[in-house]
Design a protein around this ligand. Structure first.
Ligand code: ADE
Ligand code: ZN
Length: 337
């Protein structure tokens, strides 16, 4: 454990890359399995954790979609969200833009309303109880087709005033951003922000497509962009935020050792990375732990950590006055530490 961990805990942070279904801890999975009488193929919490050994993204996704099957009611989605917020409140997290995957639930017969209203109830309670602000990003599953994405956008219509943006997740390779250019354009016409996973396992071309065809406001992951110098130049020139997830990259074998993680290189290249947890229940750490572990592995300085925390607010979808308030709090904290 680094001696920077206390500094990191007190540092005001936003999390911009968090799949709420990926915060479902095995304990809650078992509780919901009992509560909803949905069988899961595990005998104990320890057995679940032992199954979390992945060699790539698809390995993880198979088990992640299986775990989500215990979520049936508004109360379940509320409880999962509150579990997450309780943990990150203790980490010094002030704001979260959380991904949810409606198709994972609607395809099992759980109505969109149950998912959205349950999450929104948890988010409102976290605001009251912990003072954490949050917004929702609706992700389309890229292994499904364009029609299914359009149907999801249509189902979301009554909630669009409470949804900040759309995203693109699930199996990346073989499902390029171009597949979703039209539904992202439709989302943009409705005033929604746009983000997409790109360059997690997929090639730099997918990052170009996310910029040029999906017109994204942020790139989720973006690690493989570093293979293309012209792309690095473009991302730097546009001040594009990258939502980087160190422990996820380690667990899914994008890097073999955190000491080889590209985060420091991204900073040195003038990019705008942020630190996030992705699916903390599966990858061994919430956002604070991601900061602590990567700071340790890459010998990050307090100044690097302040830059990363500042990037998390400048890259957020908060109104400018809110961003300014958080940046002032970071600066006050850094000069007092
Ligand atoms: N869904 C949940 N976590 C994901 C990740 N890391 N990449 C793509 N899709 C995801
Ligand atoms: Zn992700």
């Amino acid at each position: 454990m680094t001696d920077l961990s206390a500094f990191i805990r007190g540092l005001p942070k936003a999390e911009l890359h968090l799949h709420i279904e990926g915060s479902l801890e095995p304990e809650l999975m078992f509780e919901l399995s009992r509560r909803n009488k949905v069988a899961i193929p595990f005998g104990s919490v320890e057995e679940v954790r032992a199954a979390y050994a992945f060699s790539n993204l698809q390995d993880f996704l198979d088990i992640y979609y299986q775990g989500a099957a215990v979520l049936l009611t508004e109360r379940d989605f509320h409880d999962m969200a509150m579990d997450y917020f309780r943990r990150v409140a203790a980490d010094g997290t002030r704001h979260v833009e959380l991904f949810f995957d409606p198709q994972t639930h609607t395809d099992r017969g759980v109505p969109f309303a149950v998912v959205a209203d349950g999450l929104l109830a948890g988010m409102a309670e976290a605001g009251r109880e912990f003072g954490i602000t949050s917004s929702l990003i609706l992700c389309f599953l890229r292994h499904l087709d364009e029609d299914a994405a359009f149907a999801t956008l249509k189902a979301a219509e009554p909630w669009l005033d409470r949804i900040a943006g759309v995203g693109l997740d699930s199996s990346e390779v073989g499902h390029p951003p171009s597949k979703f250019a039209r539904v992202f354009a439709a989302a943009g016409e409705r005033g929604l922000k746009r983000v997409a996973h790109a360059g997690e396992e997929g090639p730099p071309e997918y990052v170009w497509e996310a910029l040029d065809l999906l017109k994204v406001d942020r790139i989720d992951h973006g690690n493989r962009a570093l293979e293309d110098p012209a792309l690095v130049q473009r991302l730097a020139a546009e001040g594009m935020t990258l939502t980087v997830c160190p422990l996820s990259n380690l667990k899914l074998c994008g890097v073999s050792d955190l000491r080889l993680h590209p985060l420091k290189k991204m900073l040195d290249l003038g990019l705008r990375p942020t630190v996030n947890s992705d699916d903390p229940a599966y990858f061994g750490g919430y956002v604070g732990e991601n900061y602590t572990r990567i700071a340790d592995a890459l010998a990050l300085t307090k100044s690097d950590l302040v830059t990363l925390a500042r990037n998390s607010f400048t890259g957020s979808f908060l109104p400018p006055a809110e961003v300014a308030k958080h940046l002032a709090a970071i600066d006050a904290y850094a000069s007092a530490s």
